[in-house]
Design a protein around this ligand. Structure first.
Ligand code: FHN
Length: 439
């Protein structure tokens, strides 16, 4: 073979070698992730016996709650008001397309009927398989059922580190045995409740977890279900709460900014995970975000070309707090009217900011105006002509385009509290335009 003819072969080999590192833009990857990038919005649920104490799941073990006491909470966990259909309907009515439940958090408690430990929901007074019921309810409501699964496990005797917060050490741990437990439970979850839309890993940051185990787990899940999505927390390359992936690290399918709107990034999928209140698990009288804050968070994620995984923590009786259900309903009502500007769109070209955000689909560009200082916004010039415009939220706006930019004016009577949406029809596909900051 001549050197030139070697190139395609080398390229293919390189693609195979890096395939496990970054999910490349292959047709298989695009097909795998399209439902998710179109969905834009999911419900995150952190729940377990710790809700009886109203402290943070996992982290309060050995801190506010002595570990021995924390580990006995399950013996009185009896959420008799748990109604899987209600949870799934709440997600659906919120306009959410997928639901991610903590199957096992850092405290090791399992919300399903697992054969691999008795520290599970079937050994509580409640005695019902939450994951079985919720996975069935999600399928009935057309919501993708997904699982959060903690790699670290401060309860399991074979995982070397312990509470508080991983600062403890277990005397007779065996990480190889624990790794097998981890893989066996994931295979069990797939076998009993699959297909699982997303394996949302977490707890990858501690020393016992390494790149070799990460790649093995990534391949294990890919073999369980090639269609399932895997986040970048399976690996060791997450840039802390920014959630992006260090170059060369195992990146899997998407990045995971946490408790913030991710930075504009349209060359790799990402999803911000953010709490509606302040704590991931339920806390009495926790501070809750306003409807405007919740909706603007979603709009800015979509404007950055990302998803929002929005978290609630159900109460110890099995209900999602009524005020949180109401907040989700408010988001759903907005999405019923303006979801076309979020679902199936891409972010940009005007990068999000305090001014608002932009999303697009085909030749239609949606400008989401948050706070119009003086009723006017100046946007940078674009290489496309505005053919027409319409104020989707009602009333009229004045739009003038020149080589120096786009000027938008909206009279006070037509400005909305949360989001004033202007649809611009262009003479070019919007994805042909370069992303640009708004000063
Ligand atoms: O420690 C966890 C935390 O409890 C929560 O589950 C978040 C949500 O992604 N993840 C970890 C903190 O980064």
């Amino acid at each position: 073979m001549t050197p030139a003819s070697l190139v395609p072969c080398l390229t293919a080999c390189l693609a195979l070698l890096t395939a496990g590192v970054r999910a490349e833009n292959t047709p298989a990857q695009s097909a795998r992730i399209k439902w998710w990038t179109d969905a834009r919005f999911g419900l995150f649920i952190h729940w377990g016996p710790v809700s009886l104490r109203g402290t943070e799941i996992g982290w309060s073990r050995g801190e506010q709650v002595p570990a021995r006491e924390y580990d006995e909470l399950y013996r009185r966990f009896n959420p008799t008001n748990f109604n899987a259909r209600e949870w799934a309907r709440t997600a659906k009515e919120a306009g959410m397309k997928y639901l991610v439940l903590t199957s096992k958090h850092h405290d090791g408690f399992c919300l399903w009927d697992t054969a691999y430990t008795d520290y599970n929901i079937m050994h509580t007074p409640f005695g019902r398989d939450v994951i079985k019921e919720l996975s069935a309810a999600c399928r009935h409501e057309g919501i993708r059922f997904c699982l959060y699964h903690s790699i670290l496990d401060w309860y399991h005797p074979d995982y070397p580190l312990d509470s508080p917060g991983g600062r403890g050490k277990k005397p007779n741990a065996n990480m190889d045995h624990y790794n097998l437990y981890l893989k066996n439970q994931l295979a069990e979850l797939h076998r009993k409740y699959g297909p699982i839309g997303i394996y949302w890993f977490d707890g990858e940051w501690e020393a016992p977890w390494n790149n070799e185990r990460a790649r093995d787990l990534f391949q294990h899940v890919r073999q369980l279900d090639p269609k399932a999505l895997i986040n970048n927390r399976v690996g060791k390359g997450r840039e802390d709460m920014a959630g992006t992936t260090k170059t060369g690290a195992l990146a899997a399918d998407f990045d995971t900014p946490e408790q913030r709107v991710g930075k504009f990034q349209n060359d790799r999928p990402w999803e911000s995970c953010i709490t509606m209140c302040e704590q991931w698990a339920w806390k009495p009288n926790d501070k809750m975000k306003s409807a405007t804050q919740c909706l603007r968070t979603l709009i800015q994620c979509a404007g950055g070309d990302g998803n929002l995984l929005f978290n609630v923590g159900p109460m110890p009786d099995g209900r999602i707090e009524p005020r949180q259900v109401e907040r989700l309903r408010e988001m759903g009502a907005w999405l019923k009217k303006y979801g076309v500007t979020i679902y199936g769109t891409r972010g940009g070209p005007f990068k999000p900011g305090t001014w608002g955000a932009s999303t697009f689909n085909g030749r239609t560009l949606y400008i989401h105006l948050f706070d119009l200082k003086g009723g006017k916004l100046e946007l940078p010039p674009i290489k496309g002509r505005i053919v027409s415009h319409k104020l989707l939220t009602g009333g009229t706006a004045t739009v003038t385009q020149s080589p120096t930019g786009i000027s938008i004016t909206v009279p006070p009577s037509n400005r909305q509290v949360t989001d004033t949406i202007l649809a611009l029809k262009l003479d070019v596909p919007v994805d042909s335009l370069a992303p640009v900051e708004v000063k």
